[in-house]
Write a protein of this length. Structure first.
Length: 170
């Protein structure tokens, strides 16, 4: 997409667009930063309301999944276009994903220390859970074809994660 294409699509003049953005790369950086900021802020706010690791795990998975649903276009675009980002923006995108997985890994580690979760490799586990969440927005066609709603997917994912990592007494 060029700035001219954007001008035609939005009905804004090229001059108006360039008054706000020096280039399409600058616009892309702003969109990427905004998405990362919104996602991180909402996740952290939701997690701050939870006291125990079990509740934090459930809140993390549901909140992240519902963010992927609500912001589907941004998540899909960001994932699919990551290879076309500038090196700096690609690093920010990768670090953002690693930060999300670190948050989840910390929850799993805390839960293991408190005897709620089974011992596991927290980093690999958080990566697998993240991949399962990404499946929702990357393969929407598959879930739509199977008539699976985001609520059904969230419950399935939580049951799967809990059956694998939560000790039976919890």
């Amino acid at each position: 997409m060029s700035m001219r294409d954007l001008s035609l699509e939005t009905g804004l003049s090229l001059g108006a667009l360039y008054a706000y953005f020096a280039s399409k790369d600058e616009l892309l950086e702003m969109v990427q930063q905004q998405g990362r900021t919104i996602t991180g802020k909402i996740l952290q706010e939701k997690l701050a309301n939870e006291k125990d690791p079990y509740s934090k795990l459930r809140t993390f998975v549901k909140t992240y999944l519902y963010l992927c649903e609500t912001m589907h276009s941004w998540f899909y675009f960001s994932y699919m276009e990551a290879r076309n980002l500038t090196k700096t923006e690609r690093e920010k995108a990768l670090n953002s994903e690693l930060d999300l997985e670190k948050t989840l890994s910390d929850i799993l580690e805390q839960g293991e220390k408190e005897g709620i979760f089974r011992p596991c490799d927290h980093h690999l586990t958080s990566g697998v859970i993240n991949a399962m969440i990404q499946d929702w927005y990357l393969k929407r066609w598959k879930h739509t074809k199977m008539n699976v709603s985001v609520d059904e997917y969230a419950e399935f994912l939580l049951e799967f994660v809990e059956s694998s990592y939560v000790k039976p007494k919890h």
